[in-house]
Design a protein around this ligand. Sequence first.
Ligand SMILES: [Zn+2]
Ligand SMILES: [Zn+2]
Length: 383
Amino acid sequence: MDFLPVSHFPYDNTVVARSPREISVKGVKINQPNLFSHMAVSYHNSSNLMRELSTFAFCALRGSSPLSRIVTHSLALICKNSGYLRLASVALPSLRPGQVLVNVRACGLCRTDLYAIEGRIRTWHRRFIPGHEFSGVVTEVGPKVSDIAEGMRVVVNPIIPCGLCPVCEADEAHLCPEFRQMGVDLNGAFCEQVIVSAEQLYPIPDSLSFEEAAFAEPIAAALGVMNAKIELDARGAVMGTSRIARLTWRVLKACGFSQVCLLDNRQAEQLEAPGFDFVVETDMSTEIFNQMVRLIRPGGRIVLKSRQYQSFEITLRQIIPFQPVIHVVNYGPFQSAVDLLTSMELEVSDLIGDRLSFDEFQSAIEHGQLDEQLKTFLIPGSL
Ligand SMILES: [Zn+2]
Ligand SMILES: [Zn+2]
């Protein structure tokens, strides 16, 4: 459902619409049924009171000043006390220069979200909105934003570089050591509407579904392997069978690696010292690390790609004979991830799992915890 802004409302203040016919501005009730006639349809079709209130609250007030805007509220999933989520209406402040409002159409659920929700990784506040793999439609453009228009389909880079460090100044913002991640270091996208910086937006073609586009973030994470600067003709393996392992393997193939295979743990155990030039992990543990050391040739590379919160053990005496080179990699460029998707060089549609509404968030979390093969999506606004 789209939220249509009211563009010529004669008051310069926040509107809270209580019903299609009763609107309160500065506490004074007024009747403007015509202004909200397009919303009346959704009001009568909806059964969820909270959703109705938030829907009606989306009215832009652009009366006396072109910059004045409303509103308002968005339905969001808030994590409060580890593991406990609830649906609530949250306020959206006016757009500041450089910001846009995005109507979220699909938000993927990944391990990082689960770690944050379960309280296994530290978040910016004990009460926060998770979600960082998302795409949607621009519904409002703030001042001083160029090249972005209302109605544009976009995927959003949830990784926000500091913009000040030497790495950022060297135009390699994807390697910024002081980045903040939406859904962890600031509020995320388990919302119907979210305010982001226009710089985070990447337009997507109609040929790409919102779910496919939301894969840009995990693809950018898989592209981090390229930071290890391994030769494309090197022989290597990606460890694991999860969707993250399969995605990483596909990304490496799409980037030109011709001799890389996907190995599950059992296959790896049965291999007699294959002497790989490199091995990439996607789910770290002490056992996996020792396995990786065994799989490489002396001096081979071990690429640590996963973002596990747990520690693991390295026994130096055990690994010294292999003299492994260990690379810990962060993100690759987000634009390259979007390019892989839009050029159709990378297929992700078969990695899309259940699409659940906000009402079903509890099942979505359970699916996310249980299913490592397919990505679960929350679809805001599909109640
Ligand atoms: Zn993710
Ligand atoms: Zn930086």
